[in-house]
Write a protein that binds this ligand. Sequence first.
Ligand code: ATP
Ligand code: MG
Length: 474
Amino acid sequence: MNNTLLAIDFGSSNVKAVIAKPDIEYNIGILGIGTQKSQGINKGIITNIEDAANSIRDAVLMAKKNTQENIDNTIVSISGNHTKSIRSSGSVNVPNGLITETEINQVMQMALYNATIVPEYEVIHVIPIHFKVDDTVDVDNPLNMNGSRLEASVFIVTAKRTSLTNIKSALNISGIDNCIFVLDGYSTAMALLDNQQKKFGATVVNLGDSTTEFVCFKGNALIFNGFIPVGSSHITNDLSEMLHTPPAAAEKLKIDYGSLIKDYSPKNDLGVTKVKIPRIGDEHTTSEVALESIQTIIHARVEEILVLIRNNLKKSGLLDNIGSGIVITGGMSNLDGLKSLAQAVFDGIPVSISSPKNIKNGFMSLDEPDMSSIVGILHLMLGKSRGFELDSNKKLVKPIKVDPRISKSAHIDINATNDDTPQRHEEKTVKPSQTNLSNLELNGGNKQAILTPLDEDKKKKGVGKFWTKISEWF
Ligand SMILES: Nc1ncnc2c1ncn2[C@@H]1O[C@H](COP(=O)(O)OP(=O)(O)OP(=O)(O)O)[C@@H](O)[C@H]1O
Ligand SMILES: [Mg+2]
């Protein structure tokens, strides 16, 4: 893997593109960033190739504005919606008794060869779960070890060929010929988990616009990936449908007043109980809606997403063995009170809301939760803690060898100039934005308070309807 890379996160709400290359000390240097509203993609699937290509082209052009560097590799994250994962293993003899990159490549290729890949699927990742040298188990990195036999147990992620072909077509139209694919949940985890979390185990959940991606790590290896075709846009749709208000107004309601913990009841301390919203089809007419009702709608949908994740993890036998806890990120993790609700749903499992640590650059801050996936691509491809794996071209990705003569500091403290420890957020209160509320109006002041969660009754009312809806997807 060489020099300058273009990373693309083609999300349902935004396309993010970053051009980066390692500096002389092997730190990630950002050369350009572009973000554009997405079109032509929903739930991780291309719905309109031309629109998708235009969104990608615009984001990439924006990222290229400030750099003349040629792109050596393009990396695109893909949704778990396309994927099936399997485990496999392989073993090879070590003819000279010393394990080199050749044997590591051979054993990974052998593990891939031994796997049964469904015909319509293509390989995206072959990630080692552990290596074994002769009788020594759980070798993290077998390079330069002595032995006569090398074994590898691997986690293989495959993705549906037709879905990949559609993404490739959109990329081609936007001017990108070759690319490597990475699983969104995997790259997201790379931005957020430290080595200890990977070792003890953790589940990373990326709550996006129309997708929820989640992956589990254990003993330093990816062992599970899951996907639910629901995200924050479903909250917007629920508000729009149930309150008969246009989607743009519903989105604004969600961002400005969405809270799972504020007390919006008539006797609250906030002085806010209702807002005026435009009516769908007749935007000059407004109607009043209680913030309590908005909260109930949002609560029901978010609780349902969290319960689906919990059930999915339970079904996979991972819920009782999650290790250090659940790390939540993605644009929807900005929702006020999410941590409290997640703690209630995951009952006793530690939950944190997390964003990537910023990588310093002259363009924009990358430490927002919706930047986790793209920052993770940079760590996965250029990070100093990158390990062995086969990429989607079935080529061996190798750890970066940091030459101590070039970078003494990099060898002593790999985070010396680019501290990549992710940030944990404590529960925060959301401030209604001061920006143009168009037709929405508050009927009171805006003091904030952290108060009690919704009562059981309210939860049940909303959930019933959503369970019926969700059962249609599975
Ligand atoms: N405070 C908030 N409360 C709820 N949702 C929010 C909040 N802030 C942002 N969002 C939502 O986050 C979503 C964007 O997040 P993100 O960029 O992670 O999604 P995406 O990557 O474009 O989509 P996906 O990963 O689902 O394809 C939007 O739907 C936006 O409304
Ligand atoms: Mg996303």
